[in-house]
Design a protein around this ligand. Structure first.
Ligand code: GLN
Length: 209
């Protein structure tokens, strides 16, 4: 143990959307977090969570804040990223029903359809079995993207009605649902541990299933 080594900082993209609950989830694992709004913020973080929100807005704000290309380069260089809902859309290789000028990072070999669970079903909740977890995870879907294709390099970690809802390819992990709003940080922990970060999980009077 090297006591002089500063703890790595985990960034949460904070341009728009549901970022504060992600910070809470990360803090519950005793990791240092930082809100990322500028290219300078980005240089300070070792990994990034991209939250839910509105992917078209987030993509535009990534451009206007001069972060899109920086972030793209960091992702190519191996920075771990966990994208949830709109964040999943931003990381996907192919986006269906996006805006025509909507850019994505193409960091994971999946195709997603925005709002793919149907307009009439704005949101729903269900328990999903996650490989590697001993209890189901309560998944809250809000105008969620639906995975329509997965490449062979993609590891599907959970499905709902046969459709992947949690997936990973190397250092990139994505969820179509919102894992940050259930006070259950097991997926954040899985993301961090998979990428070699140390976490400490206090289990859990606050979790609900
Ligand atoms: N429908 C939103 C989008 O297309 C995603 C919704 C969410 O992140 N909860 O960006």
């Amino acid at each position: 143990v090297n006591a002089a080594q500063p703890a790595p900082c985990i960034g949460v993209l904070a341009l728009q959307g549901a970022f504060t609950a992600h910070e809470d989830a990360l803090r519950s694992l005793h990791v240092t977090t930082r809100q990322v709004r500028t290219p300078a913020d980005l240089t300070q973080v070792a990994a990034l969570v991209m939250p839910g929100g509105e992917s078209t807005t987030m993509a535009r704000l990534l451009e206007t804040s001069q972060m899109f290309d920086e972030l793209s380069a960091r992702i190519s260089a191996g920075m771990p990223v966990f994208g949830t809902c709109a964040g999943m859309i931003l990381l996907a290789k192919e986006v269906l029903d996006g805006r025509t000028d909507q850019r994505s990072f193409g960091a994971i070999d999946i195709g997603v359809r925005r709002n793919g669970y149907g307009r009439q079903v704005d949101s729903f909740e269900t328990d999903v079995e996650v490989s590697g977890l001993d209890r189901p995870f309560h998944a809250v879907f809000i105008r969620a993207p639906k995975v329509v294709t997965t490449g062979t390099a993609v590891e599907v970690l959970a499905t709902h009605d046969g459709v992947p809802v949690l997936a990973r390819q190397g250092h990139i992990m994505v969820a179509s649902f919102h894992p940050e709003i259930t006070a259950d940080a097991r997926l954040h922990q899985m993301f961090l541990q998979h990428n070699g970060f140390t976490t400490e999980h206090r289990s859990t009077s606050t979790e609900r299933g």
